[in-house]
Design a protein around this ligand. Structure first.
Ligand SMILES: [Zn+2]
Ligand SMILES: [Zn+2]
Length: 389
């Protein structure tokens, strides 16, 4: 059922308070895994609504539990709490007082929207089942979702499906982008050490030139995406650091290369690792060099499940109207740790337009758009009511 006019009016009454909560959070940002005051405040406010609160799940993370009726279905709604190490330059009256730390990705708004939904649902209880409110630490540096799962998010609580909502600076204000399949890429990092033999720069034949070997590896790694995986799969291999050498006239013994791999499928991610090692081994062998290769999986790809995506689309259409809900796939190569949840449970990660006029995420002039605060809050409320009828 679509929210009635009366319900909409009731929800809109919270707007002023939610904006001031959002501004308070914006003014007092905290970095990943240090969200202590943020977490204290949210916990206190949720408890004030009569919501059961469980702390220290993933260090500063918390879970609010709200039951209504006798239904045994349960959904989890997630907001992230961390800010970024950026010196804010917005000159807003609620500009960060924590110098060098800034909510430049909209997480202040994510928290306010989820809290708004919690407030309304706790007061009105017009759903049947359980809603878990996840306030997660450390989305930006990664690790937050994983830490909450490690501390029992899916074993302590019976959660059927999980939902995320993030603001997007490329979408017009109030628009949604929701589709099934890949949304964000996985992120893996690699470290390669090429071990040659140092020698005088005038006598390369007396050593093994690690700079030359590393250069050839950098070039060849680019053939993985173009020649070793399907053109229908998405992937990026980027060498982002190249370090070696100390003098004009010495060929160094070692060179280290570091970089990142992004894909939308786990099997592609794993194939790239295998292909990288083949290239590194082959080139090193050809020159008589040795190597050390490490490949670390970070964020998993965010891949929405079909049924949950269709439900989320229908919810968004009720809130913003069909014309403002974009449903064509538009996967992003950036990563997001929501993929750890979707590895365990079905669910849907949606984007809500912040409007390009509010700046680009992760920029010192970015601000969450207060005009969409109620849109996101209503999305969460409608989602809970539709899924837990
Ligand atoms: Zn971000
Ligand atoms: Zn973010």
């Amino acid at each position: 059922m679509k929210l009635t006019n009366e319900e909409n009016k009731k929800i809109d009454l919270m707007k002023k308070d939610l904006i001031s909560l959002r501004h308070h959070l914006h003014k007092n940002p905290e970095l990943a895994m240090e969200e202590k005051n943020t977490s204290d405040l949210i916990a206190k406010k949720l408890k004030g609504l009569g919501i059961e609160v469980h702390r220290n799940i993933g260090k500063t993370g918390l879970v609010g539990v709200l039951k209504s009726g006798n239904g045994n279905k349960a959904i989890a709604l997630r907001a992230d709490m961390d800010a970024l190490p950026i010196l804010e330059e917005t000159n807003l009256e609620y500009q960060s007082v924590n110098k060098g730390v800034m909510h430049a990705c909209g997480h202040d708004g994510h928290m306010a929207m989820l809290f708004g939904a919690a407030q309304y649902l706790a007061k009105n209880k017009n759903f049947n089942g359980t809603v878990y409110f996840i306030f997660q630490p450390a989305e930006e540096s990664g690790g937050g979702a994983e830490a909450m799962i490690r501390d029992g998010l899916f074993t302590k609580y019976k959660i059927d499906s999980v939902y995320g909502l993030h603001v997007s600076s490329v979408l017009e204000s109030g628009y949604f982008s929701i589709h099934d399949g890949p949304v964000h890429a996985s992120s893996s990092n690699f470290d390669i050490k090429i071990i040659g033999k140092d020698t005088h720069g005038a006598h390369p034949e007396r050593g093994i030139d690690s700079i030359l070997v590393a250069s050839e590896i950098v070039m060849s790694l680019q053939t993985i995406v173009s020649r070793r995986i399907s053109t229908l799969d998405t992937a990026v291999v980027s060498v982002t650091k190249f370090h070696g050498g100390t003098a004009y006239n010495i060929l160094p013994k070692d060179v280290t290369l570091n970089g990142t791999v992004r894909t939308h499928k786990n099997e592609v991610r794993d194939k790239i690792k295998t292909e990288m090692e083949k290239i590194i081994r082959g080139i090193c062998q050809g020159y008589g060099a040795n190597y050390d290769f490490k490949y670390k999986h970070g964020d998993r790809a965010v891949v929405n499940t079909k049924k949950e995506s269709l439900q989320a689309i229908s919810v968004a259409e009720k809130i913003s109207g069909k014309e403002k809900v974009l449903t064509e796939p538009r996967p992003i190569m950036g990563s997001e740790d929501f993929g750890f949840y979707l590895e365990k449970k079905p669910g849907c990660y949606a984007h809500l337009g912040n409007g390009p006029e509010k700046g680009v995420n992760h920029n010192s002039k970015f601000d969450f758009n207060d005009e969409i605060l109620m849109t996101g809050t209503k999305y969460w409320i409608q989602l809970a009511q539709d899924l837990l009828e």
